[in-house]
Design a protein around this ligand. Structure first.
Ligand SMILES: [Zn+2]
Length: 399
């Protein structure tokens, strides 16, 4: 059997990103290509003509360029840890991993081309963490070392991006909350883009726990999760502030209070109730009763109110745009790195593409100031940007 060609492996990556089997893709192509032919394309024993190539790109929602892009940066995800390992179907897990691999490849390529490489540094000591209580203090230490103060964190994504953690969002079913993975020295944290803001914040903080804490591999899954939940709670709403507002003892929660804390600290009712139990503010009986009331009120299907500041990733997009504004990247390269068709790219960034010399403001990206013109490559900030990809088919986006 011939070895897979670069085209073959790119086709396979695109197919997996779409979560399609050979048959599924053949069906989507409406009989234009058989599943046997698809198999041969991927194996490298046959090549599609241009008509089929375009049909493949459309069916898989990638550009034709995608198939011919080399993977200049080898991406292999290590230590991948999913928040919900049990319920996530293997096919969707594969699709998510493929999309992250693709996006991470483009992200690292953009950093390489633009010459930006801020390394992720773990601020915590290497001591093993085996009990949830230890995570409480370590979360406080992270806040201290990252100079986050003791107040609510306006955007968790932005905070992580400032620490050189690659933050991505992935369109996935509700069984997927998030994951963290390593690529060489890089740390990647991925969230489901469908979740409400408080959920994304908690998942991001939970995954941060996995990324930073030295939890022994042999520890049981449940304890590992409890440790990272505790870390997330303490990271989002530190103990002292929590005790001041919620504690020290209580027998019930009023809805108005829960709403106020949720909007102020960006944490769900459920996480606040759990944190009250963890910190000894409510006893086990009150905790159980609160959970029953929570379910009876229908909150497990959706809580009222959400945190008002949206969580959006911005760094990758800004990195590419800064490369474009400094003429380090061509239009084609920029569109390709963001996995956008040229027409879509031009439309979205009309001001960048067609703006007067010296004035660079991303059109349609909403409310971002000018990017640093000229000089040394700028490390892009992490302001909030509009979503780049809003395709109905599964795509992984870093917007
Ligand atoms: Zn976890």
């Amino acid at each position: 059997m011939p070895a897979p060609t670069p085209f073959g492996s790119r086709l396979q990556l695109a197919r997996k990103m779409a979560g399609l089997s050979y048959q599924g893709l053949a069906d989507k192509l409406g009989g234009l290509v058989t599943k046997q032919a698809l198999h041969k394309y991927e194996q490298g024993s046959m090549h599609p003509d241009s008509e089929k190539l375009i049909a493949l790109a459309n069916a898989l929602d990638v550009t034709v360029n995608f198939f011919f892009r080399q993977d200049p940066v080898q991406v292999e995800l290590e230590n991948v840890e999913f928040r919900k390992q049990v319920k996530l179907p293997a096919k969707e897990r594969d699709a998510i991993l493929s999309r992250i691999t693709d996006e991470m490849g483009r992200y690292l390529e953009a950093e390489r081309l633009i010459g930006v490489s801020k390394k992720f540094v773990n601020p915590l000591p290497k001591d093993e963490v085996t009990h949830p209580e230890e995570a409480e203090e370590l979360a406080e230490l992270v806040r201290k070392r990252w100079k986050l103060g003791v107040d609510a964190i306006p955007s968790v994504y932005e905070t992580l991006e400032q620490q050189a953690i690659k933050v991505m969002e992935c369109h996935a079913s509700s069984t997927f909350d998030g994951l963290n993975a390593r690529v060489d020295d890089h740390m990647v944290i991925v969230m489901n883009d469908e979740k409400e803001v408080v959920r994304k914040r908690f998942t991001a903080a939970h995954e941060l726990g996995h990324a930073l804490l030295n939890i022994p591999e042999g520890l049981d899954h449940k304890t590992k999760e409890q440790i990272c939940h505790r870390f997330a709670g303490a990271f989002l709403f530190p103990r002292e502030q929590f005790m001041e507002r919620v504690g020290p003892k209580r027998a019930r929660f009023m809805l108005d209070e829960l709403i106020e804390w949720k909007q102020r600290w960006g944490m769900s009712f459920k996480a606040i109730i759990r944190r009250s139990y963890d910190l000894g503010i409510i006893n086990e009986a009150t905790y159980k009763r609160a959970l029953i009331n929570y379910n009876v009120a229908g909150y497990s299907k959706g809580e009222p109110e959400d945190y008002r500041i949206p969580e959006r990733t911005a760094r990758f997009e800004q990195l590419v745009l800064s490369g474009l504004s400094q003429d380090i990247l061509s239009l084609n390269q920029a569109a390709d790195l963001l996995n956008m068709k040229m027409g879509v790219f031009r439309k979205k960034y009309s001001a960048v593409v067609g703006g007067p010399a010296g004035v660079v403001a991303p059109g349609g990206a909403g409310g971002r100031g000018p990017l640093a013109p000229g000089g040394t490559p700028a490390e892009p900030g992490t302001g909030r940007g509009a979503r780049l990809w809003s395709s109905p088919t599964p795509t992984c986006s870093s917007t």
